[in-house]
Design a protein. Structure first.
Length: 86
């Protein structure tokens, strides 16, 4: 379980990594903001939605401290995409 433990990040030559504060990266709080009834039914506020974030890091990224992005130990989910060789 890496949730809330990641403080740095390094990607490979063909990798793209998207990191999320939300555990369910398919429907972020920012997206839920479009559905206020859903947001409120989950006990969340508009402020919670405003604080929800995602960051994208391209190939060969070498981030020593995610606090530079105000994201240190805030990652709850991530996606890794790899480019295929041409």
């Amino acid at each position: 379980n890496w949730e809330l433990e990641i403080s740095s990040l390094k990607t490979g030559p063909r990798a793209r990594v998207t990191v999320f504060e939300n555990t369910n990266f398919k429907l972020t709080l920012k997206e839920m903001e479009k559905y206020p009834d859903l947001l409120h039914s989950l006990g969340l506020t508009e402020k919670d939605a405003m604080e929800d974030k995602e960051l994208i890091f391209g190939a060969n990224s070498n981030i020593h401290d995610l606090s530079d992005f105000n994201f240190r130990k805030k990652i709850r989910s991530l996606k890794i995409d790899c480019e295929s060789r041409s």
